[in-house]
Design a binder for this molecule. Structure first.
Ligand code: GLA
Length: 382
């Protein structure tokens, strides 16, 4: 009996290893365990179909995106050992993306990325009031921001998806009907390009961005305090205690905000500095040095995985947020993980926060007949 069992096992092992050896080699990278499940996203929200789309390149690196909030759900890129690693925080189900107080994981942000002081601004002499959703201010468009909208999606091959959304005149308090188009393109160099476009029928304000939370050690894998960061910015915009820019554009030299030479995020984050106190860490807009879209304005590196992220943009500003409001309280992250304090970095390309209330900041006004255009690329190397 025992002998029979042994012979059977031996035969099974031989058959299995033969089958494994003869499987066609699909990728030159290992597959990671964390891949978003399409079925968990197939539902309806506000009477519109929600789905999960996959962009995949030659090497097997993949990005999944849902048209709910235009969110990047997963981003699997090779590490130094060619193991595919998911470098963005997220959830396994749509319901978690819809929960109250969800911190905008992977979302498209609009109409106005970042804060508008007291939710008020003037255009052509008329005052507009927005939804107050962050203390006394408006953050990321308000409660009714683009992060919670179902976008129309058109997948164009393995490497591209186009998302469109029409925001009605007066939605969330903003004037003008705004037609928005966002295209995600993922190329064979592991670069994810995001092209934004918008048109309005009345003068309005626009500032679009993406709110991916990156952890280059792999999502859920400790904090990002060990990541090395370079930001090509000689100045930043200090804030008041509610995180609204004071209007000053201050040199970073000699401060914790100097990332012109790469240093770890953790190096100065606990310095005694009023600005770090207000942000509970880094949560500030950097005034980028003159650049074009072909020059990396920021670089992040994890020494443990060897993964490097380079950021390219047409925008003048970059919000560097060190995940200070993550608490690790809930266990609804991917695979039941919790995401602790500072376990991700956000690099949100943008015009400066509260620009409609600061004449010295580049204008975010969009007029009918003109087109808003903005481009950002997140490129991964190892
Ligand atoms: C932005 C803000 C932060 C925080 C996060 C979301 O990056 O600047 O203060 O609100 O979004 O939690």
């Amino acid at each position: 009996m025992k002998k029979n069992n042994y012979q059977f096992m031996l035969a099974a092992v031989l058959v299995l290893s033969f089958t494994a050896c003869n499987q066609p080699q699909k990728n030159n990278v290992d597959t990671a365990d964390s891949t978003a499940k399409t079925s968990a996203y197939q539902t309806e929200v506000d009477g519109k179909k929600v789905e999960l789309f996959t962009l995949k390149n030659k090497s097997g690196a993949t990005v999944t995106i849902t048209n709910y909030g235009g969110r990047i759900v997963s981003l699997l890129v090779p590490d130094k050992n060619n193991k595919l690693t998911d470098v963005v925080l997220g959830y396994d189900s749509l319901s978690s993306y819809r929960k109250k107080g969800e911190p905008y994981f992977g979302a498209l942000i609009g109409r106005y990325g970042n804060r508008i002081g007291k939710g008020k601004f003037k255009l052509d002499g008329k005052e507009y009031s927005l939804q107050i959703n962050d203390g006394v201010n408006t953050l990321h468009g308000g409660f009714d921001g683009f992060f919670g909208k179902v976008w129309d999606a058109k997948q164009m091959g393995d490497d591209k998806i186009e998302l469109t959304y029409t925001s009605a005149d007066g939605e969330a308090g903003y004037p003008g009907k705004l037609d928005v188009k966002v295209t995600y393109t993922f190329n064979d160099d592991n670069a994810l390009k995001i092209d934004y476009e918008a048109k309005t029928d009345k003068t309005t304000v626009v500032n679009l961005t993406n709110h991916a939370y990156f952890n280059l050690n792999g999502e859920g894998n400790n904090t990002i305090l060990d990541h090395e960061l370079f930001i090509d910015a000689n100045a930043y915009t200090p804030v008041d205690s509610t995180l609204i820019p004071t209007g000053k554009i201050t040199p970073v030299k000699g401060t914790a905000f100097d990332f012109t030479t790469a240093k770890t995020i953790g190096k100065n984050i606990e310095d005694k500095d009023e600005q770090l106190k207000f942000g509970k860490g880094y949560d500030h807009n950097f005034a980028l040095n003159p650049h074009d879209e072909n020059k990396a304005i920021a670089k992040v590196k994890s020494t443990s995985t060897g993964i490097i992220l380079e950021v390219y943009t047409s925008e003048p500003g970059l919000q560097f947020y060190s995940g200070n409001f993550l608490t690790g309280e809930t266990k609804d992250g991917k695979g039941g993980k919790s995401y602790p304090h500072r376990s991700a970095i956000c690099l949100e390309t943008q015009h400066f926060p509260d620009a409609p209330n600061h004449a010295n900041f580049a204008s975010t006004t969009l007029k009918p007949g003109t087109v808003y255009k903005s481009t950002t690329t997140y490129k991964f190397l190892k």
